[in-house]
Write a protein that binds this ligand. Structure first.
Ligand SMILES: C[S@@+](CC[C@H](N)C(=O)[O-])C[C@H]1O[C@@H](n2cnc3c(N)ncnc32)[C@H](O)[C@@H]1O
Length: 275
């Protein structure tokens, strides 16, 4: 489904001297061309006329959603968003080391708080959102909830992002600033970890009634087949392999857990998705 213009009051957001985009808020990206055009959410948004390209060396005056940020985006960034929109860095997670962060970015560089990817490549993986998810999360948190949903309507799996993250997104959107978000995020993660550990204790208690479970695989509910039937899906498997083979990049995102934690968190997410 193509983007709809959700209407009033957004004309002022179109960039001066730029062709009006087919999305009501100004979105932009630095595209490093790492990803297959058929599998890349940023390129898809570009094809649909929802996002514009930035040059390397060009700074962005709105909110820059980037692993190079130091604090999470929050409702306190609303004014900056209104003055310039939001941008992302379209690149492969595997090649994030190669990004010349000093030549891109802007004055408002932000991380995203804990959220779970639902795109077919990184489904169920915390922190590692694709460009469309990252822009939608930023819009939602600063208060453009309808526009965030509108953007994700361009992806077959887009609704899942809100199915999985809505509770958290609403918590973040109701925060005052990034400190508040960090506090709420910490509390949320601690609660989730605790309920996961409790659940595991219960499962362990039950284990004696289930015979030998050695090597029994964990039931994983991250089947992407149902969501990978759109045109982007053909190359996604390759990209997924590329991504999972380069886990050493995980420390690139300040809040991202270590590889051990990553497994823990994926299990927690699975538990939550099954609940
Ligand atoms: C690394 S690219 C991967 C793009 C992917 N190939 C796609 O199809 O969209 C994702 C971009 O989204 C933003 N992003 C995603 N998760 C983020 C997070 N946790 N914190 C900050 N930025 C994030 C960053 O701009 C990042 O460079």
């Amino acid at each position: 489904m193509g983007p709809r213009n959700s209407g009033k009051g957004h004309d002022k957001h179109n960039f001066k001297g730029q062709k009006a985009l087919k999305f009501p808020l100004p979105l932009a990206m630095w595209d490093f061309g790492h990803c297959n055009p058929n599998a890349c959410s940023g390129k898809r948004l570009e094809r649909l006329g929802c996002i514009r390209n930035l040059r390397i060396g060009q700074k962005f005056k709105g909110v820059v959603v980037t692993p190079n940020g130091k604090s999470p985006v929050s409702p306190a960034d609303r004014e900056i968003f209104d003055n310039g929109g939001a941008s992302v860095v379209e690149c492969s997670w595997a090649k994030i080391d190669e990004i010349p962060f000093s030549r891109i970015g802007g004055r408002c560089e932000r991380l995203l708080p804990y959220l779970v990817a639902t795109n077919p490549i990184n489904y169920g993986r915390p922190w590692r959102l694709n460009c469309a998810e990252a822009l939608a999360a930023c819009m939602y948190i600063v208060g453009y909830k309808d526009e965030a949903r509108l953007l994700m309507e361009n992806f077959k799996w887009g609704h899942a992002f809100f199915d999985v993250n809505e509770e958290l997104l609403d918590i973040y959107a109701s925060c005052k600033d990034s400190d508040d978000i960090q506090q709420k995020q910490k509390q949320y993660l601690e609660d989730m970890e605790e309920s996961y550990r409790e659940q595991r204790t219960t499962d362990f208690g039950d284990i004696w009634t289930q015979g030998n479970l050695n090597h029994k695989p964990i039931a994983v509910s991250n089947d992407t087949s149902s969501s990978s039937s759109d045109s982007e899906s053909i190359e996604e498997t390759n990209l997924a392999e590329e991504t999972t083979n380069t886990r050493e990049d995980s420390e690139q995102i300040a809040n991202e857990p270590t590889e051990e934690d990553d497994d823990l968190w994926r299990n927690i997410v699975r538990m939550k998705l099954k609940a």
